[in-house]
Design a protein around this ligand. Structure first.
Ligand code: AMP
Length: 395
């Protein structure tokens, strides 16, 4: 696996696919610069070598050219985060882009306009790939967040740089950390899978059963398992058509010697709201009309113990409705246990939209080993899929 560290960019143009798909507020200001920060190391490496950076990204899901999705809105933020003034050109291919690249000097950065203003970006169009490829000497893919999409700037373009292509430092680091859990982990390995639905996590669970010693299942999805085993779950979230599947997972786990940990108690509420009445009940004896919205104190103790005895931890998905303070205790307790284990030398990887949000909200980002920047891409890697953006680079 080649990275930017295997190249010398002196007097060279690096054409870097970054993931600057950042959130903007109503005034079109960047509200979270994490993804820009994440690309900084790669950009600095090229500039310090004495090279030039041409940055390409998508932003949102525009339908043709839509001003509100222009990358112009983020140029100042890019300059501020990277610490070098970024230039901008209002197209990503064609004469304007080519002239802007020709005028770029070593040590400078040029940000191209939104790739998705051209529909060809998503259709795998070879002409578009060729046009883009004219804008750099070395193609660098550092966009982990879009590595699971087979778009021109993440896959087809790589064919135009048979020798001169490599991973950026962010993408390389994401691959390395996920492989550390999936392939080179120290035992005991524990995966914590939470979130709302079994259906969205099923492929991950099936893939990781071969790789873990413990599987903690929490959140709304736990109730399908509890009901399938004959428990009373009141009005808790459930996918009735997934009960058979839940039982089959429990059986597979047993055959593979994986210990499954389901909640034993829950904070139940009479409504899905912050004003709801709450009480603690056994997970399999929830009162009619009440719903489990968080793990209970006994469960939190058991989960923490499993976590503190693990050497490798993967966390995806909250174990309760953490967005509402009343139902956040389980997720906080879990996050704190992971932080404590990490302090004791355990490797912990957190990934997937809502667990990353939880880690940020509870100020735990610096207390876990690695927080993945790519939601969908990370989940697909955990599902055991080869991401097109990674495959294109290894061809
Ligand atoms: P996911 O996107 O599948 O990871 O699900 C994350 C969502 O699951 C969060 O918005 C949580 O509020 C929600 N969630 C977690 N636990 C529960 C629960 N017991 N009942 C309903 N929703 C839950």
């Amino acid at each position: 696996m080649k990275t930017v560290n295997d190249f010398n960019f002196d007097n060279k143009i690096a054409l870097i696919r970054v993931d600057f798909n950042v959130p903007l507020n109503e005034d079109l200001e960047v509200t979270d610069k994490t993804r820009i920060k994440a690309a900084k190391k790669t950009i600095i490496k090229v500039l310090e070598d004495g090279g030039r950076c041409v940055l390409m990204s998508h932003l949102g899901r525009p339908n043709g050219v839509e001003e509100k999705f222009s990358l112009q809105h983020i140029v100042n933020k890019v300059s501020e985060v990277i610490g070098v003034k970024a230039n901008f050109v209002e197209d990503c291919v064609g004469e304007k882009a080519e002239v802007a690249v020709a005028e770029l000097k070593n040590g400078e950065i040029l940000l191209l306009e939104n790739l998705r203003f051209h529909k060809e970006e998503k259709t795998g169009d070879k002409t578009f790939a060729e046009q883009l490829s004219k804008l750099g000497d070395i193609y660098v893919n550092d966009a982990f967040g879009t590595a699971h999409r087979a778009h021109v700037s993440t896959t087809v373009i790589a064919d135009y740089f048979p020798e001169n292509k490599c991973f950026g430092l962010l993408l390389a680091s994401e691959i390395e950390h996920i492989e550390k859990v999936l392939k080179h982990s120290e035992k005991p390995v524990t995966a914590i899978i939470g979130g709302a639905k079994v259906s969205s996590k099923i492929t991950i669970i099936e893939n990781i059963l071969d790789k873990v010693d413990h599987l903690i299942i929490g959140g709304g999805m736990a109730f399908t398992f509890i009901k399938a085993q004959g428990g009373k779950i009141g009005n808790s979230l459930v996918e009735d058509d997934k009960q058979e599947l839940a039982l089959s997972i429990l059986k597979q786990a047993k055959e593979k010697n994986v210990k499954i940990h389901l909640p034993v108690d829950a904070i139940v509420a009479d409504a899905f709201s912050e004003d709801a009445n709450t009480k603690t009940e056994a997970i399999n004896a929830i009162s009619e009309g009440w719903m489990g919205l968080d793990t209970g104190p006994e469960t939190n103790k058991i989960f923490a113990e499993v976590i503190l005895n693990s050497k490798t931890i993967l966390w995806n998905g909250p174990v309760g409705v953490f967005e509402i303070e009343k139902f956040a205790k389980g997720t906080i307790s879990l996050g704190n246990a992971i932080a404590e284990a990490t302090e004791n030398g355990t490797f912990s990887l957190v990934g997937g939209g809502d667990s990353v949000a939880a880690v940020k909200q509870f100020n735990l980002s610096d207390k876990v080993s690695y927080v993945s920047t790519g939601g969908g891409a990370m989940l697909e890697m955990l599902e055991g899929k080869t991401l097109p953006g990674i495959e294109a680079m290894l061809k």
